[in-house]
Design a protein around this ligand. Sequence first.
Ligand SMILES: C[S@@+](CC[C@H](N)C(=O)[O-])C[C@H]1O[C@@H](n2cnc3c(N)ncnc32)[C@H](O)[C@@H]1O
Length: 318
Amino acid sequence: MTMKQKKNIIIDRVISRIEALSKNESLRGHALEENRKFFEAVRSLPLYLLWLALGTPTLEKNRVPSFSELDPEGWGKDFQEELLHFERSRFPSILTPLCSEIIKMIHRIPDTGGRPMILASIGCGPMELERRILKALLKGKIRHPVVIFGIDASEHAINAAYENLSKCRIPTMEVPEVTADFVKDFLFTGNERHRVVLCKRDVLEISNCFPPGGIDLAYHRNLKHRLPEIRANALDNMLEEASSRSIEAGEYRGWYLLFLSAWLGWRFPILANDLVFTNLRSPKKSELRKTERKSGTRIKIIPGGGYIKVRDMRYQPI
Ligand SMILES: C[S@@+](CC[C@H](N)C(=O)[O-])C[C@H]1O[C@@H](n2cnc3c(N)ncnc32)[C@H](O)[C@@H]1O
C-alpha cells in the first residue's frame, strides 16, 4: 500500500467519525465542521495550501480544538503514535534543544542530600524526550540518580510512554496516584540509577502529588496553549509553588509551522491537524519577546520555530 493510500484510509475513518459525532454533539458542531474541512483539504497539496490561506484566520480567532482534543478516547492513541514516530525521526530534531537545556539544568541542581533528583514532566506524552535525556545521563558524568514523574491526562499517552521506555529497558512503573507520601517512600527504595513513574492525572492535580518545593525541575512542552487561559495561569502558579525551576517549551505561532504541517500531513494527518489547530493558539515571537522584557524570565528562541522559557529562582537577574 502506498503512503497516499494509507493516508486516505485514515482520513476516510476520521471523516466518518466526524459525521457520527456531528449527529450527537450539536454543541461542538462548529469545531467538528472546521476539522472536517481540514481533513478534506489535507488529501491534496493544492487544496491544503488553499485551506491554509483561507481557513486558518477563522481558526485563530475562535480557538478551535483539534480532532484529537475533540475525541481523545477515540483518536488520542493515533495522535500519540504519530507524535512518537515524528519525534523519533532525526529530521527535524525538534526535541534536541529542549533535551540539552534540561540536561544543563540537571547539572545546575545543587546536591539533594542523598535522595534522587526529582523531575516532573507535565503532559508527558509518549516520553521520547525523557528517553533521550536518560540515555544521555547514562552516558554522561552525572552519577546522581534521577526519578522522572510523567504526568498526563491521557491513558493513551501513559501507555505509549510505558511501551517506549520499557523497550529501551528504562525501569518504568505506572501508579494510579502520586501522593507526597508515595514520593517520599519511593525515593529511597530500588537500586536502579534512573527511574520513571507514570501517572494519569490532569495538570491541575500536580499540587496534590508533590509537597511545596518537592520537585527539583518541572517542565512541559506544547502544553500551555492547549489549556484555557485560566488553567494555564493556574499551572504556572502551581509549578512556582512545587518547584524552584521550571521550563516551558513549545513552538511559537508562525508560518514556518503551518508549512511544516503540509509536509507532516502527508504521513501523519492526525498530528498535522493537532499541530496546526494548537499552533494557532500559541504565542507569537513578538509576544514572547514582550513577556521576556516584562517578567525578566529568559526566553530562548530556537531557529526553526521553537522557544524555551526558563524559570530558575536561583539564576534570576536581581
Ligand atoms: C503535544 S503533547 C506533548 C507531549 C510531550 N511532552 C512531548 O514533548 O512530546 C501534549 C500532551 O499534553 C497532554 N495534556 C493535554 N491537556 C492535559 C491536561 N489538562 N492535563 C494533563 N495532560 C494534558 C496531552 O495528552 C499530550 O500528551
